[in-house]
Write a new protein. Sequence first.
Length: 329
Amino acid sequence: MPRTAMRLRRWAATAVLGTLLAGCGTGGPAPDAADGGGAGKGGGARTGTDVRPIEAATRVTDAKGVTVSLEKPPEKIVCLVALCDDMLTELGMTPAATNSGLLAHPEFLGKEKAAAIPVVPGGFLSPEAEAILSHRPDLVIGLEDTHGKLAPALEGATTFWPVQPGSWQDSVAYLRDLAALTGRTEQGERAEKTFRTRLAEAERNRSEKTSLIIFGSDENFGVATPETDVAAGLFPKLSAYPWKSRGVDGSYSLEEILARDVDVLFVETLSFGGEDGKLSEKLADNPLWARIPAVEQGKVVEVDPEVWAKGRGTRSLGIVLDEATAALR
């Protein structure tokens, strides 16, 4: 697919899958301890619904081994990645500023309230350090491989926390850490419990249908795989999902997708400012598209990429679960 689309998608669905480490003060369990209890068909271990208590802390070590230390609970937080907006919403907070469109979703703040949140100029890829600091943040949360270069410009004025979620377990761990830092431990526990319960329920009602998530802005689409996409990482627990990563430059052709008899197809249309129209509509010009079972049966679902590709937190992933399981019935 076009270089711009590939670059955008790489930050939207990061391929880093680290070992889940318990952060200081969070009491977070490792994945095997939290999610054990028998194999889930096609999706690994069953998801546990027990949640360990979160203890307030001024210092945590996150899922990737990054240590964040603050003098007091942060109140003004600037979000440079949608995961931050997701976590703050779960904790009953709003960012001092953001560069994500996630908050406009009705399951978050909605368009009217989201419009009141200041926007960091420069976009996702190049947020302006001076503008970030103008909000006098106690904490800035950004994506490590995209915003790590900002760290020197922010040093001494605020604390920068680089995050890099590669799985839903990472997302839960980050939530627990932020809950500990902000002192909103009950909210963090409740959000984790809600998500785990939804995921466990979806696993119990796993569909035998074959599903697929594709993304793009035109006919040069990509396939979201569990190794490279947090939302796609849920899908082996929800349905048959026979798609594996082929690296940064590899993807699947329509011929290959046609051969897999996809029953339900989820489509993320990525916009780059001048693009318009849905990806599924553009792919309709290809005669192979019409032969895919999901297309024949009217089971093509255009989804919100702000939630499915960029959100990656427990609230976003909960929405993904709800929409996916409804379509897979």
